[in-house]
Design a protein around this ligand. Structure first.
Ligand code: GTP
Ligand code: ZN
Length: 363
């Protein structure tokens, strides 16, 4: 077996590169792009990017462009021309509304309408999948392979990158052990890791669920603030505990603890969203202003875990009709939807109302 990285392993490496602040080259043949994440950009790195032939642009999502009143000629994204007199702080502020006050935007923003944006789109998806703000500063190149070698940068072939980003990476069991809990003494915690070394997810099995009948199941998305700190801004903590208690009561069940913090945008971005919510935007608007969709979670993870643990049918504890639809689409039968309405208080009443009105939750 070769010790060389596979295309998928290169994508995993490229995510780390972007988080570190290193460039990534996307391209093959005579078409390529050198891209740096806006969030981790430094002044010296921006200067070095400017020294390359070509005109740098900052790619942002259509959602973020809308907030910045920039014309998105590429539809779901915009390539903002980088003015000659701005520094890395300007680029970061283009990505991060939290910096609006420190770095007021000098508009109007000029966006590119000529040329193709396919590689920029891939760079944005890669940044998002690294849980960075979806914004990159990039320069096109006609010699991607040679330039990547010069820069010591990871180079990704566009087709392989697109395929990898769309792929669900199978989750493999890593370890499991007995875990007596306050809610249920007969507990067992299983750890799963995707084959690309990505984020791990957990399954808590209560009792000995019968694999031939629909299991009482909960797909719980991680919420550090709600689950651990008892935040009153959402209903996650009470939902987590109510689900475990219901499974204990029933004698059996499975709770998947999916590390999709902040509906898939990560804790740092969720705190950026909270900061926008303090300015009066709701949970959906805040995600959009940051450049994200309302919900960036991949529910294939939950279906894969259930199947891997031998479950093919569930009694799903949720108020979210998308979860039911996604389970069915992924081949896990939802025999019953079990409502899980709990934990409303005066701090989250508006949040719960937005989930009902904008996200279709049955509350
Ligand atoms: N981006 C963002 N994520 C949030 C916010 N509040 C909670 N979350 C995250 O939302 C996820 C929970 O999703 P919910 O929409 O509450 O519930 P759900 O899992 O879709 O549906 P249920 O099964 O009915 O609970 C967790 O990952 C939380 O971290 C917020 O204001 N912004
Ligand atoms: Zn929460």
């Amino acid at each position: 077996m070769s010790l060389l990285p596979t295309p998928s392993e290169l994508v995993a490496r490229a995510r780390s590169d972007l988080r570190v602040g290193l460039p990534v080259v996307i391209g093959d043949g005579a078409e390529g792009l050198v891209a740096l994440a806006a969030e981790t950009l430094t002044g010296p790195r921006l200067d070095a990017l400017r020294a390359l032939p070509g005109r740098p642009a900052v790619a942002i999502t259509g959602r973020r462009a809308e907030t910045l009143k920039a014309r998105a000629y590429d539809g779901d994204l915009a390539r903002v021309r980088l003015p000659a007199d701005v520094g890395a702080g300007w680029v970061r502020a283009l990505a991060d509304p939290g910096l609006d006050l420190a770095e007021p935007m000098k508009g109007p923003l000029v966006t590119e309408r000529e040329g193709a944006a396919g590689l920029h789109r891939l760079a944005l998806l890669l940044a998002k999948s690294a849980q960075l703000l979806p914004a990159v500063v990039a320069v096109e190149t006609e010699r991607p392979a040679a330039l990547a070698a010069d820069l010591g940068a990871t180079r990704l072939a566009p087709a392989a990158l697109a395929a990898d980003l769309a792929l669900h990476h199978p989750l493999l069991p890593v370890a499991a052990a007995r875990l007596p809990m306050a809610a249920a003494e007969a507990g067992r915690l299983h750890i799963f890791r995707p084959e690309n070394g990505g984020v791990e997810h957990y399954a808590i099995e209560i009792g000995r669920p019968d694999r031939t009948a629909p299991v009482l199941a909960r797909l719980h998305s991680a919420c550090f603030t709600g689950d651990v700190l008892g935040s009153l801004k959402c209903d996650c903590g009470p939902q987590l505990h109510a689900a475990l208690a219901a499974m204990a009561q029933d004698g059996a069940g499975v709770l998947l603890y999916l590390n999709q913090e902040g509906r898939g945008i990560g804790l740092a971005n969720k705190m950026r969203a909270y900061s926008l919510q303090d300015q009066g935007f709701d949970t959906v608007e805040a995600n959009h202003r940051l450049g994200f969709e309302d919900d960036e979670r991949d529910f294939r993870i939950g279906a894969d875990l259930l199947r891997r643990m031998g479950f093919s049918a569930v009694r799903l504890m949720t108020n979210n009709p998308r979860k039911v639809a996604m389970m069915e689409a992924e081949g896990v039968a939802v025999a019953e939807r079990v409502p899980l309405v709990t934990g409303s208080n005066r701090h989250n009443a508006h949040y719960l109302a937005v989930k009902r009105d904008k996200s279709g939750h049955m509350l």
